[in-house]
Ligand binder design. Structure first.
Ligand SMILES: [Mg+2]
Length: 340
């Protein structure tokens, strides 16, 4: 699917929804799924019923094009930033990104990384970013795992959780009394499912999960609402992608935690020192439907990063017109900061 045409609903169903077979099961699909940025944008757009409504009255605006983060620091008391596609791609820092965060500190702005990274406990995530050259602390990371942990702590204590995560994943921070890892099927006595990370998750696993949910619907909590993420030369479905349409197909109640839902932004704002005016808090992100839409819904200003990550190569004007999501500014990369 190229930039010249929007994907059809059938294309998107093939991307994210296992198709029904004649036998009533679900057909396997190949993964990872090679896609381009426009197709991914349209995939998010097709799920807009799951996301906050774009802020009205912005559609007539045009985002201001700026060169780097320095252009907005004079208007900011705090900077919230996405991680992947803004700070790094894979295990490599984007050029100028660590220095740009230093410029934020030198301005006296508070800094938070607001990420849908749910697969690792906080300490491992911090170590990963410090290894890439970012001088960040645990207190500066607010993740969808944090929001999920908060919700888990409030869940019925007797629930037995089935946890979907890679075999080597560290689950030691989960505040649950009863749980087990996914073993290929749902069983009697399993009360709820926690979809933490999709690495290693196969179409056959999804088929088995959906069969179990259809037989006995139970809550499914999704710790990363992202649909898909770039991985090398291909795109890999994330938990939110696998669970697209899951509620409609199975009758299970699906709850999502993380961007663009408001609770992760509220947690980040609550962590800032002192009272901060929301109109002077900026969110930086490369995904319109998570970073930009979610931040605008809670009253923040937004900078869309288009030089790396999910939006690389997108026609900015067309994407804004199509989605109705209008960031305040657009910049290719956050650094190097030319003006500070
Ligand atoms: Mg991103």
């Amino acid at each position: 699917m190229g930039d010249s045409a929007s994907p059809s609903a059938a294309d998107l169903n093939k991307l994210f929804c296992p198709s029904q077979t004649a036998a009533g099961g679900t057909a396997a699909r190949a993964e990872p799924v090679p896609q381009d940025a426009w197709s991914v944008l349209m995939a998010y757009h097709s799920q807009q019923h799951c996301w906050p409504t774009p802020v009205s009255g912005r559609q007539a605006r045009t985002p201001r094009a700026v060169s780097d983060l320095g252009a907005i620091l004079g208007e900011a008391e705090a900077i919230l930033t996405d991680a992947f596609g803004v700070l790094n791609v894979g295990e490599s820092a984007l050029p100028g990104a660590p220095e740009a965060l230093q410029a934020v500190r030198q301005r006296g702005c508070a800094l938070r990384v607001v990420s849908n990274a749910a697969s690792q406990p906080k300490a491992a995530l911090v170590a990963r970013y410090r290894a890439m050259g970012f001088d960040l602390t645990a207190a500066e990371f607010i993740t969808s795992r944090d929001v999920t942990l908060q919700a888990l702590a409030e869940a019925p204590a007797h629930w037995r959780w089935v946890i979907i995560a890679p075999g080597q994943a560290d689950l030691s921070d989960l505040p649950i009394a009863h749980g087990r890892r996914w073993d290929g099927a749902l069983h009697d006595g399993d009360d709820a499912v926690l979809f933490l990370a999709a690495w290693g998750w196969q179409a056959s696993d999804q088929e088995a999960l959906e069969a179990g949910l259809r037989a006995s619907p139970r809550p499914v909590w999704v710790a990363n609402p992202d649909l898909i993420s770039p991985w090398g030369d291909a795109w890999r479905p994330e938990p939110g992608g696998w669970c697209t349409g899951l509620q409609e197909r199975t009758g299970a109640t699906v709850l999502r935690f993380g961007k663009p839902l408001g609770s992760i932004f509220e947690l980040a704002l609550a962590s800032l020192p002192g009272a901060v005016e929301r109109a002077r808090v900026w969110m930086l992100g490369d995904t319109l439907h998570t970073d930009i839409l979610g931040a605008q819904a809670v009253g923040l200003r937004t900078a869309w990063i288009t030089g790396a990550g999910a939006s690389t190569g997108l026609d900015v004007a067309r994407a804004v017109a199509c989605t109705g999501i209008v960031p305040d500014v657009v910049m290719p990369f956050i650094g190097p900061v030319a003006v500070c």
